[in-house]
Design a protein around this ligand. Structure first.
Ligand SMILES: [Zn+2]
Length: 144
């Protein structure tokens, strides 16, 4: 058996052991991913001396993320996930809207309906037009 074959076998054994170790454990979810991204940002910011404590906050978040994925308490972890999903719903929608606005900046304009807050997307450069909200039928005149 040559070196590469032995290395491959070793890695396979390691992967199998890892799999066995993770049996019955919660593993990763969207909240874990979020924690890891934030911890990366914090650790980076912690490089700057006046906010050195950010580094340790980042470290604490990594420990928490690790604790969650190794945890066997599914119910508690799912509760945290649900809490996170509810909490992140609005910011995620705002971020998506911002992305769309940037993507369509040459062709469309976005307005929020004053009555029901629905986001309206209208083609640009049509002059002053009356827009009817498709959801609540409220009318508004906008320059496009
Ligand atoms: Zn509306």
């Amino acid at each position: 058996m040559n070196f590469l074959q032995r290395l491959q076998e070793m890695l396979q054994r390691l992967a199998a052991k890892m799999q066995q170790f993770m049996v019955g454990r919660y593993g990763n979810d969207e909240f874990t991913l979020f924690l890891l991204i934030v911890s990366l940002i914090f650790s980076f910011l912690g490089n700057f001396r006046p906010i050195r404590f950010m580094y340790f906050m980042g470290l604490a978040l990594i420990v928490f993320a690790l604790f969650r994925s190794l945890s066997k308490n599914y119910e508690a972890r799912r509760k945290e996930l649900n809490w996170y999903l509810r909490w992140s719903e609005k910011p995620k929608a705002e971020l998506k809207l911002l992305g769309n606005q940037i993507r369509d900046r040459k062709t469309h304009r976005y307005f929020k309906c004053k009555e029901c807050k629905t986001v309206l997307r209208v083609p640009k450069n049509r002059g002053k037009i009356e827009i009817t909200c498709p959801k609540c039928r409220a009318k508004v005149i906008k320059k496009t």
